[in-house]
Design a protein around this ligand. Structure first.
Ligand SMILES: Cc1ncc(COP(=O)(O)O)c(C=O)c1O
Length: 344
């Protein structure tokens, strides 16, 4: 029987969707217009550029990288799967956190690899030395975690990432930066010149508002990528999504504005809810807040009544709420306030 993936099962498509950390706003009409024009001029009858030149160049330029360092995939998900397939197999193990992004487990089990988890406290803070020591003792073959972490929202500093990367060398270390644009830290991309064992994944699904288009990136040293790129799936991306990605990347100013707004709304929401007595919320450097409470079923029912989807962690007393637009956040605030009034 096919494996069920908790994060994606029963994914809702209507109501107020604050369960998948998507952008709450669609692309602006001017960008959509530019995309429509590009679609009209597409050679649908021809295979796409298998080297993904335009998109890789656009991402490399936006991030200050060389094009040779970048590979694009059908979401960063596909790139994470590619790395797990490359470095793991039967008898090998992946080292990650509990909690972290559920797809790591999915891909590891697809390749019959084991998963070794280092448990994080609810606020996501990490004892770096203990994390490295435990992973080394377990002789793991691949280290992979999200930074900022999904779901805690905690983000390690560049010095902490450096210690981890150096501490595991030559074992490959993958930093999943799906939410990095919402943080105030320095990206692991800046360490690529120093460490051969470092890989970074990024996505256009979150800060760039392109979850529906499925574009993500794998970035490493040019030497590592020269090994990986020839073995990646030919024609993995279609002409339309690559073109959309390139267009959106050319509107950096608009994207930066949207990111700044989301960070502001997140900080405002956290400032209000951190004083709650009935729910504990944690500081976040991503586009969501992580919380825990004693009467989670009641809280979930209150959200469901307002047709607001949030992410529930089955079997735990935790949940995660994506930061939405001002109107959505106001509705979330009303639900949380009602819960606080009842249970504090
Ligand atoms: C931590 C993390 N990494 C990667 C992804 C996958 O993103 P995508 O495949 O849309 O690029 C997600 C999606 O929610 C995520 O939370």
């Amino acid at each position: 029987m096919a494996k069920k993936i908790e994060a994606y099962s029963g994914q809702k498509q209507s109501g107020i969707l604050l369960n998948a950390n998507e952008s709450s706003e669609n692309l602006t009409p001017d960008i959509i217009q530019e995309i429509m024009h590009a679609v009209e001029n597409t050679a649908f009858n021809r295979y796409p550029d298998t080297e993904q030149k335009e998109l890789r160049q656009a991402y490399a330029k936006a991030m200050g990288l060389q094009t040779e360092q970048v590979l694009a995939g059908n979401g960063s998900d596909q790139m994470l799967g590619l790395l797990i397939g490359m470095f793991l197999g039967k008898g090998k193990s992946l080292y990650t956190y509990d909690p972290d992004f559920s797809m790591y487990d999915y891909y590891a089990s697809s390749y019959e690899a084991d998963v070794e988890k280092y448990t994080l406290p609810y606020d996501g803070s990490l004892n770096i030395e203990s994390f490295i020591q435990h992973g080394r003792e377990k002789k793991v073959s691949l280290v992979m975690f999200s930074n900022p972490n999904n779901p805690t929202g905690n983000c390690l500093s560049i010095e902490q990432i450096r210690k981890i990367t150096a501490g595991f060398a030559p074992t490959p270390v993958v930093i999943d930066e799906a939410y990095f644009e919402f943080s105030d830290e320095t990206s692991a991309l800046t360490l690529l010149a120093d460490y051969d064992n470092l890989y970074v994944t990024r996505t256009l699904s979150k800060a760039y508002g392109l979850a529906g288009v499925r574009l993500g990136f794998l970035i490493s040293s040019a030497a590592n990528m020269a090994q990986i790129i020839p073995s990646s799936v030919p024609y993995a991306l279609n002409r339309i999504s690559m073109k959309i990605g390139a267009i959106v990347l050319s509107h950096a100013d608009q994207i930066q504005e949207k990111i700044a707004e989301t960070k502001k709304r997140r900080n405002e929401m956290y400032a209000k809810v951190k004083e709650f007595r009935s729910i504990q919320f944690y500081p976040s450097q991503a586009n969501f807040l992580h919380g825990c409470c004693d009467h989670k079923e009641e809280l979930l029912a209150m959200f469901a009544k307002e047709n607001i989807a949030i992410r529930n962690y089955q079997g735990k007393n935790t949940f995660r709420i994506t930061i939405g637009n001002a109107e959505e956040n106001e509705k979330v605030w009303q639900v949380l306030k009602q819960y606080e009034e009842e249970f504090a």
